[in-house]
Design a protein around this ligand. Structure first.
Ligand code: C5P
Length: 283
C-alpha cells in the first residue's frame, strides 16, 4: 500500500491555559499542504513491525510515531499487524512544527484501516490516533479544521481558499515540551483573532484569513531565534505574501500567496539562505 502524509500548518495557534493532566488547552486552526512524506506499507513473513526511513537519524522502533500507530491500530481493531514493514520517504522537515511524525502516524492508521476492511469508523480512527499524539487526530482528518482541547476536538471548516504557500524552516530545531513549559511563564502580549479567522474562512476570504494568522509561540522563542523567524516572515511579506506566521511550536514560518509569480520569487529568495524552503500548495 502507498500512503501520502501531508504536512499541516497552523493558521492560528492559541494556548488558553494549562490543564490538570499537564497538557495545555489549545485553540488552533490548521490546514494541510501538499508537502508530504510518502509511505509504503508491505506485509511479509517476519514478526512485529519494522520501519525504514531515508533519514538515518530517525528511530525505527517504538520511538517512531508510525510504529506506535501500527501498534495502536492492532490493539484497537484486534487485527494483528505482524510482518508489517513501513518505508517512509521523508520530505517534511523533522521537528519543524508541521506535524511530520504525526502525519506519518495518521497515514499508517488510514492505510491499515483500509487494508483491514474499515473496521474502525473515522471518529474511532481519530481516537486511536489520540493515543499516539495530540496532532494525530487532526492529521487523520486533514483539510482545514479547528482543533480544541488537547488538539483532539475537531471541527471541519471551509477549506482555506486555494493558494501558493512558501514554507521555510531555519536550521535550528525547537523542543515542543520546552516551549510549552516556557509559555506558562510569560504573559502573552497578543492573541490570534480565531473568531475572525473562522469568519474569513466561512466567507472564502483568503486575504482576510492570511491577515489574521498568528501563533502565540512566536512570543516565547528565545530572542535570536525569534529574530530569524521574524526575518523570514518579513522576507515573505516583502515578496508579496498576504500574511505570514510560524507553524506549531516552530521554527517553520510560512506565507500565503495569491500570485504564483510572487510565491516563486519568495521561494527563490529564501532558498538562497535556507536549505529547507518549499513551494507548496493547499490541499
Ligand atoms: O501529544 P504529544 O506527545 O504530541 O505532545 C508533545 C508534548 O507537547 C507534550 O508532552 C506536552 O509537553 C506538549 N503539549 C501540551 N499540550 C497539548 C499538546 C502538547 O502541553 N495540548
Amino acid at each position: 500500500m502507498e500512503a501520502l502524509a501531508c504536512a499541516k500548518l497552523n493558521l492560528t495557534l492559541d494556548v488558553l491555559g494549562k490543564r490538570a493532566d499537564g497538557y495545555h488547552e489549545l485553540r488552533m486552526v490548521m490546514t494541510s499542504i501538499d508537502l508530504a512524506d510518502r509511505l509504503t506499507l508491505e506485509f511479509g513473513s517476519g514478526a512485529g513491525v519494522s520501519i525504514r526511513t531515508n533519514l538515518g537519524f530517525l528511530p525505527s522502533d517504538k520511538r517512531n510515531l508510525a510504529w506506535l500507530a501500527a501498534d495502536a491500530f492492532s490493539k484497537t481493531s484486534g487485527k494483528p499487524v505482524d510482518g508489517l514493514s513501513i518505508a517512509i520517504d521523508k520530505h517534511i522537515p523533522v521537528c519543524a512544527g508541521m506535524a511530520g511524525g504525526s502525519s506519518d502516524a495518521a497515514a499508517v492508521l488510514r492505510a491499515l484501516n483500509q487494508w483491514a476492511g474499515e473496521p474502525l469508523s473515522p471518529p474511532e480512527l481519530a481516537r486511536t490516533g489520540e493515543q499516539v499524539g495530540s496532532d494525530v487526530p487532526y492529521c487523520v482528518l486533514g483539510g482545514t479544521a479547528l482543533a480544541e482541547g488537547r488538539g483532539e476536538r475537531l471541527t471541519a471548516l471551509h477549506s482555506l481558499p486555494a493558494c501558493w504557500v512558501v514554507v521555510c524552516k531555519p536550521e535550528f530545531s525547537v523542543s515542543t515540551p520546552e516551549l510549552f513549559a516556557q509559555i506558562d511563564r510569560v504573559k502573552l502580549r497578543r492573541r490570534p483573532d480565531t473568531t475572525g479567522m473562522l469568519e474569513a474562512l466561512a466567507q472564502g476570504d483568503l486575504a482576510g484569513a492570511a491577515r489574521r494568522m498568528y501563533n502565540v509561540f512566536e512570543d516565547v522563542l528565545p530572542e535570536r531565534r525569534y529574530s530569524t523567524v521574524a526575518s523570514i516572515k518579513n522576507m515573505l511579506i516583502q515578496c508579496g505574501a498576504l500574511g505570514a506566521t510560524m507553524s506549531g511550536t516552530g521554527p517553520t514560518a510560512f506565507g500565503l500567496f495569491d500570485q504564483e509569480e510572487s510565491a516563486r520569487q519568495a521561494w527563490k529568495t529564501l532558498s538562497g539562505e535556507y536549505r529547507d524552503t518549499f513551494l507548496a500548495h493547499t490541499v
